[in-house]
Design a protein around this ligand. Structure first.
Ligand code: SF4
Length: 268
């Protein structure tokens, strides 16, 4: 987990292998480790993970984002381990380009493989720990089904999981079998009121201001979900969470921020 020294675009280095310098220096440049509290909770975390954490906390679950370096403290007591990754198997354009040119595994892929192959995770899996994977690159698992079995993933969660994750967490607690694959389509997308507000700081103060996209390009999966604009008060609340947690700048995010508030393709 990292904030790339506060400079997002340095993150692209983390989609490649170390070139010309030792890997530890490359990783320090691209993705220095995030500071954490004594429990291993990072001072900043990816926004999407913050949303899932917030949804679970609001629903009464004891959930927290834990830096991978501190997982050992919590795994023996955990019922579920939920992963997110921006590019699990390095299929994304930057990672696959780096990999293709250099013939070396990108550091983001290597780091994930090292994490999921840790013996302590395997041990807890045998004890009954459930593993769920979601996030923006969850689709990649569908092209690496071999890894689902190999790494012991119980459930893949594809889409806006703000509501579904609560049902899945309850199923874990009730020892119910989890669905292998959950796809959250447009009909099940949460309304703005159903989207929890983050509880801790997001990486570099990034927050979303809308979901969906009014431009409605026919080829785009974003248009399969309804367009929802966050009211200004909701945006301000999340900015203030970041400020209170020491992140004094912000990045507003959506698939097309300039469409904020638009009706169809006509700006207001
Ligand atoms: S997110 Fe981009 S590609 Fe998708 S509908 Fe909006 S403008 Fe088009």
């Amino acid at each position: 987990m990292t904030n790339h020294h506060g400079k997002e675009f340095l993150g692209f280095l983390a989609t490649g292998p170390a070139v010309g310098i030792p890997e530890n220096i490359w990783k320090w440049l691209a993705c220095p480790k995030m500071k954490t509290d004594e429990l291993g909770r990072p001072i900043q975390a990816p926004y999407g993970m913050r949303k899932i954490e917030a949804a679970l906390i609001d629903a009464g679950f004891k959930a927290a984002i834990i830096d991978p370096d501190h997982l050992n403290k919590h795994l023996p007591y955990a019922k579920a381990l939920m992963f997110s990754h921006h590019d699990y198997f390095a299929f994304g354009p930057p990672s696959s380009t780096w990999w293709g040119i250099t013939r070396k595994e990108p550091v983001n892929y290597k780091s994930f493989m090292e994490l999921v192959n840790r013996p302590e995770i395997k041990k807890e899996k045998e004890r009954g720990l459930k593993i769920l994977a979601g996030g923006p690159s969850v689709w990649q698992w569908l092209w690496r089904e071999d890894m689902i079995e190999k790494l012991g993933v119980d459930s893949l969660v594809d889409g806006e999981a703000d509501k579904v994750v609560i049902k899945l967490a309850q199923m874990v607690l009730d020892n119910e079998p989890l669905p292998k694959y959950v796809y959250i389509g447009g009909d099940e997308a949460p309304s703005v009121d159903e989207i929890a507000e983050i509880k801790g700081a997001s990486v570099n103060g990034l927050i979303e201001i809308m979901r969906g996209c009014a431009r409605s390009c026919r080829f785009c999966s974003v248009t399969l979900r309804p367009t929802r604009y966050y009211p200004l008060e909701k945006i301000e609340k999340e900015l203030l969470v970041n400020v209170r947690n020491g992140v004094k700048h912000g990045i507003i995010h959506s698939d097309d921020v300039l469409f904020y508030g638009a009706i169809g393709i006509h700006p207001r």
